[in-house]
Design a protein around this ligand. Sequence first.
Ligand SMILES: [Zn+2]
Ligand SMILES: [Zn+2]
Length: 454
Amino acid sequence: MTTTTPLLYAELLRNLRQVNVFIDLPTPAASTTRLSLDKCGSTLSLHHESMAQKWDIILPLPSAVRAPLPAPSSPNLPPLSIPPGATAWSKSLLLLHGDTTAQQEDNDNHVPWSAPELNSLCLTVSCYHCRAEVLSRGKIKTWKDLPCHNWAEMMDYWHCHKPHEEGDTEKDKAVKRRLARDTSSGRGVGGFSTPEGVGLVDLTFFLVNRRDVGGVEVAESEKNLEANTEDFVSKSTRTVHCVACKTTLGFGEDINSNQNSDLPPITSTSAQTPPSETFRLNKWNLCILHPTPPPAPPPTSTPYKVESYPPLPFLSAQLISMISDLAIRRFRLISENEEPHPEIGLWIWIFNTDRLYTYASAEKVVGPSRGMKIYYSENGPPVGQAPGNGITMGVAEEDIVVPGDLLMEARAALRKSTEELPKAMREFRGWKAGNLERFGRDVNRISECEPHLD
Ligand SMILES: [Zn+2]
Ligand SMILES: [Zn+2]
C-alpha cells in the first residue's frame, strides 16, 4: 500500500516510561512541515504540505508527555522538527510526571458477562443478529463461573488438538489422558453436565442445558479431528443455529457418536422432548436484553437496552488465558470448518498482551486503544527467525480450532491493523506486525462498561 496521507502512530512503553511516536509522510518534509505538542502534552499536531495537498492532523497520545528539550547537537533547532527531505520520522517522548492512569499494565483478563454480573441482573439472552430469544427471562436461575484458570479442563471446548505426537511434553500427555478419560465417562461436554436452570460461564461462552434453550435448531456435522491419535474418542459435532436468522450460535456435543448417530436434526421448539445435552453458546453471537428501568419509556421506543460485544476481544481473552496457564505465546488458529492441514492456518506470536496506542491519518483518528501486539503469518509458518529472539519466551506452538467466522474476522482485523502501523514497523523477519483488540479494565462491571447500545 502506498501512503497517500500522513500516518501518525504512538505507542506507550510502560517499562521505559515513554511514548514512541512514528510519522510517515506521503511526500518529503519541507520547511512548511511543522510538528507541535500541545501545552498539556497530550496531543501532537502535524502540518504538512505537498504540491497538491495540505494536511493538518492531530494525534492524541496514549499518555501525556513532557515537552522535549533541544538536542545538544543542534540547540537552535526546535526539538520536534522533521528534517527537510525526510519521509519517515520517529521520536521517544518521556512521560509527564503524575499521569499514572494509563501507565499500569492491565494484568487482569477482563471479560464481560461473568457469573456474578449475570446473577445480579434480570435478563433475557438473545441472538445478537436478530434479537430472537434464546434464553428467556427466568430460565437460568443460577449462573456459575467455570474454573477458567484450569485450562486443561477447558481444552475440549476450543477443540484443541495436537497433530505432532512426538513433540508432546508430559503436560500435554496428561491433558490428553484427562480428556480421554472425561469424554469416555460420558459426564457431558468435556466432563461437565449442565443441569436445567443453571448456566455455566466461561471467558468466551455459556454452557446451558438444551432444555432451557429456545429458538434454536441443531445441525449434525461429523468431525473426526483426532483420528490420528488413539487416545481421543471420535465424536460428532452439532452446530446450534438461530431458527429465525440461521446464524450459528455455538454447538452441542454428543459424547458417544454411535449412540445417537441416527438421531434426526431436532428443533428444540418442536413438541418432542429433546435429549439432555449441553449447548455451548458463544458470547459474541449473543446479546443481553436489559429491561429499561422506570420511568417507563414512551411506547415508540424499545422497552429494553441491548448489550453486546464484538468477537475479537473474546478471542484475545482466550489467548491471554492460555498464555498465563500454558506459558505459550505462539499459536496456530485453524478454522473448524476446514480439515486440519499442516500448511493451513493463521500463525500468531503474541509479543505484548497489553499495548496502548493511538493512530491518526487524514481519514481517521483512533484514540487510546488497548490491544495485543501480535506478529502473524497467513502463509505457513514463517521460515525466518522468530520475533523476540533473545527475549525469554516459550517457543512451543499450540493449535486452536476456532469458529470459521471468527478466524475470518481475525485475519481481516490483523491486515487492517498492519496498515495502521508506520511502514518501518509492519514487518519483522518474515512475520507481519498487527494488533488484536482486547477488553480493558473498564469492562469489568456492567455499570461501568460501554457496550454497543442500539
Ligand atoms: Zn437470530
Ligand atoms: Zn458489561
